[in-house]
Design a protein around this ligand. Sequence first.
Ligand SMILES: Cc1cc2nc3c(=O)[nH]c(=O)nc-3n(C[C@H](O)[C@H](O)[C@H](O)COP(=O)(O)OP(=O)(O)OC[C@H]3O[C@@H](n4cnc5c(N)ncnc54)[C@H](O)[C@@H]3O)c2cc1C
Length: 381
Amino acid sequence: MSAETTDILVIGAGAYGLSAAWWMGERATGARIMVLDAGDFGANGTGSCGAGVRMQWGLELSIGLMTESIAFFEDAARRLDYPDGIEFKQEGYLMLARDADMLADFQANVDRQNALGVPSRILSADEALKIVPELNPDLLVGATFCPKDGTVSPFLWLDALLRAVGRAGAEVRFGTTVTGLEQKGATIVAQTTKGPVEAAKVLVCTDWAAPRLLAPMGIELPIEAMPNEAMVSEPWRPTFGPCLVRIEHGLFINQLPRGSIVAVVTRELPKSESTANHADWLPLGAGLFVETLPALAHLNIVRNWSHPVSITSDMQPILGEMAVPGLFLAVSAYKGFMTSPVVGRIMADVVIDGRSDHPALAAFTLDRFATGELIPEPMVI
Ligand SMILES: Cc1cc2nc3c(=O)[nH]c(=O)nc-3n(C[C@H](O)[C@H](O)[C@H](O)COP(=O)(O)OP(=O)(O)OC[C@H]3O[C@@H](n4cnc5c(N)ncnc54)[C@H](O)[C@@H]3O)c2cc1C
């Protein structure tokens, strides 16, 4: 079967793949761009995520990256010509400190964030309780708050990107699995369930599924899949604006604009690509929810779900060109929703120009796992 051809092939139509394809289209180089996805629209990590976007991180690199991303989310309706917007609920994040040591660590983060222009601040327990009176007062000695943090609708973000990518002339095909990649002279041939596609450049954005595509090309990726779990309640009257985080439990709580409340608990689980729910998660998640917001204990849970996320040993992304010329990779290591605007831009630059000046590209290399120059971020949940 003769191969279809394109100039740039993006594999994966989640937040990373679609964002990169959009930025490539924005460059208006005339290159033909094709995006292939094994699944359906939104049936991926992006569509399953907690949708949190925050500047409150510990490392300067993370703070800078998220600050850029949030600036893009703020302007996404205009940038992507998506007039009704992506439901950016920018009502802040409250990071709850359970004791004085944690608050002291948070203070150091806030100092770093403030130095980079992030308007985060330390709150006393009373000040935090004024913002969210439903919080259990016994759980906190204080908190940090950044009013620019918030949540974005994953479905609207993907929809806005998909439409903008289409307008830019790129072709997006769902239901097409790439089963293998082969180098053929100066090009790469992707074997797919709908026939081969040959491209000069291939960008792999398949998150935790990347190792199986790259391993046959001799590229071992230190990426594993680990389930992450969430639940959503029935809708309730608008009660609290900010997202709530109890970092020691990996707990994230957010009330959606239509009233339902989402809770995510990130915990160490056996590595797996399964989307099956774990029997012990619901009591854990519901228990932490009720402990955090006892006044909302009457709310019923509508559903819970589990979806794999990509894991690396420092929980930071892997970005850049691989040892095979023309082959590029962008894998998030968990916080891929919030990093997608800026990672898309970086990857578009690298794929088109072969370079980007962004510090994230120099930092988040595959090589760091061989050299041991890991970049662990203290504020991952
Ligand atoms: C419960 C939960 C809560 C989360 N909360 C947050 C949060 O608050 N903030 C945050 O930033 N992140 C969060 N995340 C993580 C975030 O969802 C991911 O990091 C992000 O969505 C990854 O985006 P992606 O585009 O790389 O991957 P995906 O969105 O998973 O897209 C990858 C795509 O690749 C396709 N694909 C895979 N293999 C192939 C193949 N062989 N051929 C063709 N296509 C293929 C898949 O079908 C999929 O559509 C959360 C995740 C979960 C599960």
